[in-house]
Every structure is written in C-alpha cells, then in structure tokens.
Design a protein around this ligand. Structure first.
Ligand code: ME8
Length: 636
C-alpha cells in the first residue's frame, strides 16, 4: 500500500442546482495537484462526484414535479460536461445513488451497528411542522421558527446515533502525533478549541422514513434511512470498493493522500470522518485541506443566492486555460479571494499574454527570422547565461517545494519568475542586434537556445496548471522532451521550431467586458475624510479586547453573525455583518477589539451590545484581532 500512489478527492457536490465557479475552484485545484503527481510519475487516483440524497433535493424535485433521481440526472450530466470543458481528468465521478455506493454505505451501517458504535436513541429538537425542520434552541428566533416565524414544538423522534463521544480520547491522541491531518495549520486550533475541547456529542445518522424517504435504507431497520454525513463521507472509500468483493483499489490507494474541501465542511472531514474510520478500523486520510471561499462582490458565490454565471460562458469567451489559470493563481491558497470577470481578464493580460505569450512569440519569431527556425545547442556563453541556466535548473525543486506544501498559487509564481527573467534576458542580450552581425551568429544561436530551453522547461512545469497551453507550446517548439525528468537545461540538442508561430493569448480589451461590476481603483468613489476630532471626542469611545466564546449565523440574515463575546467583567452579544467572510467556527476563539460603550441596537430581531473593529477594501474584510492581551483589556 501507498507505494508511489497518490489518491486525491474533491467534495461530492450537491446537485440541487448546476455547479458554479466555486465548485470549479476546488475541482481545478484538485485536478492540478493530480496532474502534478502524475507528471512526477506517481500512480494517481482522482475522485469527484455528487451527493444526491437528502431533504433539500427531495423538496426541489417535488417542486419540479419529478422524482429526485429524475431531477438530479440532468444536473449531473451538466456537471460532467462542465468538468470536460475545464479539462478535469478525474478517474471516477461517483454518485451517491450508484449501486456500489449504496451497498457499501449499508454495509458500513451494519458493521458499526453490529459492533455497537451505532445505537438507537431519540433525536430531540424544536420542530416546525409546516417547514418539516428541526431547530436547536439557539437557532430559534424569539422562540419561533427562524425560517417562517411560526410556533415550534419540542419533538422527540427515533434516530440512530454514531458514538463519536466514545472515540474522543483515542482521536485526540491520534491527532497529537498527526497534526498534518488538518491543513492549513491555522485550522487545527480552531477545530481543537471549538469542537474537541467542549466535548463531542454523538451524531444523529438516520431519519425515519415518514420524515425523509430520499436516503439509503438501513438494512437492519426498514423504518430508517441514512441521514447526511455517513452517506456522503463514505464515498471516499465506497469508490475504492471498500467492503466489496473487489477491493483492489482500496488496497492500492487508501489512505487518501488529500481530501480537498471548502472551509465550511472542514469539521466534518477532520473530526467525524476520522472517527468513523477509527470505528471501522480503517486508516485515516493523510491530509485534509480546508481552502477559503471565492467571493463575488463581497459575498460568497452560492447556489441559493444565484449570484453567478455558468462557468462555461467564461471558457467560451476566454478559453479554458484563462479560467484555470485564474482559479489557480489569483487567490492565496487557504484564504478567501475575489472572483470577477474583470480580474480574470486582467490576470490573463498581465501573466498569460504579456509574460508567457510574449516570450514564446518573440523567441519563435526571432528563431525563424535569423536562423530559419533551426537552433543548435552551443557553448558560446555571455554574461546573463549562468543566472538563467540556474533558474531553469532550479525550477523543478522550487515547484516541488510549493506543490508539496500545497501552495498552488506560489507554485505558479515561481514559474512566472522564470518567464519574467527570460523576458529580461531578451532585453539584456538584444538578439535583434546580434541578428544583424554576421560575426555573432553562434552567440545569437546560444541566446535563442537559452530562451527555448526556458520556455520548454516552463511549459513542462505549467502542464498541471494549463495543460492545453503547454501542449500548444510543445507543438510549436517541436519537442518531445516534456517529461518531468526533462526539466533541466540542455536536454535538447537541436530545435527546429514551427515556421508559423501562433499567438497563445491575444490581449483582451478590458473595456470590452462588464466592467461595471468592478470599478477600477481610479474610478472608485473617493471616501470623504471625516472632520477633525479632539482627544476628548476620542476618549469617549471605550475600546476593549473581547474573546469570542461562541458564534452562530443569524437565522434571518445571511450576512450577519451573532457572537457571544467575553469582555472581562461580562459577556455581551454582538451582531456583525461578517458572515460572508468568516464561518462561525472560524470566528469562535478570536480575540477582537470591541466598542463596549455603544448604545445597544437591534439588528433583524437580535440585540447587539457593541461593535467590533474591522476593515474592508470593498472586496475582502478582516476583523482586527490581538494575540496576547486578556479579555477586558482597555485599548487606547
Ligand atoms: O457541501 N468558493 O456540497 P456543496 C470556494 N455535499 N469553494 C466553493 C464555493 C466558493 N464560493 N462554493 C462551493 C457539500 N465551493 C456536500 C459535501 S463531501 C463528503 C459532501 C466548493 O455542493 C467547496 O469545495 O455545498 C465546498 O466545500 C463545496 O463546494 C460545497 O459543495
């Protein structure tokens, strides 16, 4: 097992609607990592798919007058078409309605039930009959249903539970020596402080068929179907044939090298999933990476908000590699980042057209103009050669360092550094002058050879990121030296490049796209400065350090979070418009700065007894926080 293998997964997405650019983000990054490991000669398995059971899909199907399966089939077909358009090279697209998955999930329930890790109990909560939904006490608004505002009643319902609590200690011990499981590291403390320290509750894992019929039937109790996480998470091993007659994939590829997920489902993948596997006696995944969100005009792109275009429109307008390149390079991996069509076009123009495309085009044009496209390796060296050769030879090491550390955006950065250096090399060596000097033919050939080598090695490095472009570059260079071991200077003895170089990326006029969605910096309205104040004015504001003890979403407003904040001598409730930038889990445990003498205000039915300090440039928002000061400390 795990001999030169690499098993990578994306979440299985809900096909409650067509997939959007946020789903493309995770999937393109997973595809890039998968291609990178293949390039290095590893045996890779890449899994993606769809999570098709549950209340929401059942409801949407009913509203459309279809069965759930009839409802999701065209959405899944559409998703597969999108992945094709984006050059996603997966090994399997698993659907939770696939026969082998259903059978595996049933066997997992049976095994856990037989060994006593799933038991029958009662699920208790506040039930809203018209909405057919359970709510916890803290989710209620003024004691009523947060969705429809109607009366709720305390109901008790039979449910099976997974004994998470039994495994807490064993899991904590495991985690001590496997901190690598939770990536990036910053999310480790969040999980430990917010979920493990308060103690794990057993998890409800079934619903009775009268409440939810669109789930996997449990074989030991025909009155129950699976509910949410066991069904979904099991896909990572059901696709490998776990507990089936043919489990050769499982034997070859498990444990997963990397589960790539968005930060909002990190908890399920780093606590519930590892404990489930522990109970099953199956090895833990090696890493789970929780990445940030792509946001659009200050908010998360989401199916329910409907604030997005079909990503295929961008692919059609700008080409698949512009979209892939943007998703892979624009956002510091792990953080939230902005998506807009204008930013995508700007990135294409600045990196793909001006740096990569320009270098390839000018090198091929000069190769044809001065040497009929035939360039041999020679030793006639000049001053800047050594530094360019060193950069070419260092690229694979730098790339490996960034990719193995999952810093995908920085990996693109090191490739761009070589391309920029190469453009500078053209300016330093001035081949157009050498071309006019019959004495300098050999030096000219050496200069062009250096450039072709820089392009070739960069194109190998770019294969996982923009595979179609790399292919076009290899075709124009007419070279077969394109494997990972060819990433070194001097691997080609003689080039005969194409006589008809084609432009790789035309520059796109930024004015031609929907610029209204993203005003340029210069066009942004200038915020007026506030009038001068005295020290006296300022001293009226009481600023203190506050520790966020707990936090939840405002049940009636998507943009608001409600936090309980310890300010030393008391706890205050603060309602703030940061839900599109922080999950409640992420925010809990932060030490923030609070204005504690502000007159309380009521925001969408919830009292806010203060205000927190945060900054925003219109795209990103960051709450001001401190490290060591204790709750209640005054800020001057
Ligand atoms: O959570 N930015 O499915 P889902 C970045 N079925 N990534 C985004 C994004 C955005 N704006 N929007 C979505 C589910 N994603 C479950 C998963 S796994 C066993 C079950 C990506 O359709 C990101 O990977 O809500 C996120 O975690 C996932 O889509 C959520 O997809």
């Amino acid at each position: 097992m795990k001999n030169n293998t690499y098993y990578i997964t994306t979440p299985i997405y809900y096909p409650s609607d067509n997939f959007h650019i946020g789903h493309c983000y995770t999937t393109v990054i997973a595809d890039c990592l998968s291609r990178y490991h293949k390039l290095k000669g590893e045996d890779v398995y890449f899994l993606t798919g769809s999570d098709e059971h549950g209340q929401k899909i059942a409801e949407r199907a009913a509203a459309a007058g279809k069965s759930p399966k009839e409802f999701v089939d065209p959405i899944v077909a559409n998703a597969k078409d999108l992945w094709k358009a984006l050059d996603i090279e997966y090994d399997r697209f698993i659907r939770t309605t696939d026969e082998d998955h259903i059978r595996c999930v049933q066997r997992i329930y049976e095994k856990l039930y037989e060994q006593g890790d799933i038991y029958k109990g009662y699920y208790e909560g506040w039930y809203c009959t018209p909405c057919e939904s359970y709510w916890t006490q803290s989710q209620l608004v003024d004691g009523k249903c947060p969705d429809c505002g109607r009366e709720v009643k305390l109901m008790k319902e039979e449910s099976y539970f997974l004994r998470l609590s039994k495994y807490q200690k064993q899991f904590e011990e495991y985690l001590e020596s496997h901190r690598d499981l939770m990536q990036p590291e910053s999310r480790y403390n969040e999980m430990v402080n917010n979920f493990l320290k308060p103690g794990l509750q057993d998890l409800s894992v079934s619903r009775t068929v009268d409440k939810l019929s669109w789930g996997i039937p449990l074989t030991f109790d025909s009155n129950h179907v699976s509910y949410v996480w066991i069904d979904a998470l099991s896909n990572y091993i059901s696709a490998m044939g776990y507990l089936s007659e043919d489990d050769s994939l499982f034997q070859t590829y498990w444990p997963a090298s990397l589960h790539l997920v968005g930060k909002e489902i990190f908890r399920f993948h780093t606590i519930i999933w590892p404990i489930m596997l522990m109970a099953l006696g199956v090895a833990e995944p090696l890493k789970v990476y929780g990445h940030g969100w792509l946001i659009i005009e200050g908010g998360k792109i989401s199916k329910s908000l409907g604030n997005y275009k079909d990503p295929r429109i961008y692919i059609k307008d700008y080409g698949v590699d512009t979209v892939r390149y943007f998703l892979l390079s624009e956002v510091p991996f792990g953080n939230d980042g902005q998506f807009s069509e204008l930013l995508m076009v700007q990135r294409r123009n600045s990196d793909l057209a001006n740096v990569l495309g320009n270098l390839v085009n000018r090198t091929l044009t000069m190769s044809n103009r001065y040497l009929s496209g035939k360039i041999k390796k020679n030793d006639v060296s000049g001053a800047p050669d050594a530094s360019l050769q060193a950069m070419i030879n260092d690229l694979s090491v730098l790339l490996e360092d960034k990719m193995d550390g999952l810093r995908v955006d920085e990996a693109i950065g090191v490739i761009l550094d070589l391309l920029r250096r190469s453009n500078k090399y053209v300016d330093e060596t001035e081949p157009w002058k050498l071309g006019k000097d019959p004495e300098a033919k050999e030096r000219l050939e050496s200069v062009l050879y250096h450039l072709l080598e820089a392009i070739r090695v960069s194109a190998i490095a770019l294969m996982p990121f923009i595979p179609e472009t790399s292919k076009r570059i290899f075709e124009q260079l007419n070279t077969s030296a394109k494997s990972y071991s060819d990433m070194a200077y001097g691997k080609v003895d003689e080039y005969q490049v194409t006589a008809n170089p084609e432009i790789l990326f035309e520059r796109i006029d930024e004015k031609s796209i929907g610029v209204s969605e993203e005003p340029k910096a210069a066009e942004k309205p200038v915020e007026e400065s506030k009038p001068e104040i005295t020290m006296d004015d300022f001293s009226k504001i009481q600023l203190q350090v506050g520790l966020v003890k707990s936090c939840k979403k405002h049940p009636k407003a998507d943009k608001l979070l409600i936090s309980q904040v310890d300010i030393g001598d008391r706890t205050v409730q603060i309602v703030s418009g940061i839900a599109e930038h922080y999950t409640p889990e992420e925010f809990t445990g932060k030490k923030i700065i609070v204005i504690t003498n502000l007159k309380p205000a009521v925001l969408r039915g919830e009292t806010s007894e203060g205000m927190l300090l945060a900054g925003s440039d219109g795209k990103l928002l960051e709450v001001v926080s401190v490290q060591d000061l204790a709750p209640g400390t005054k800020i001057y």
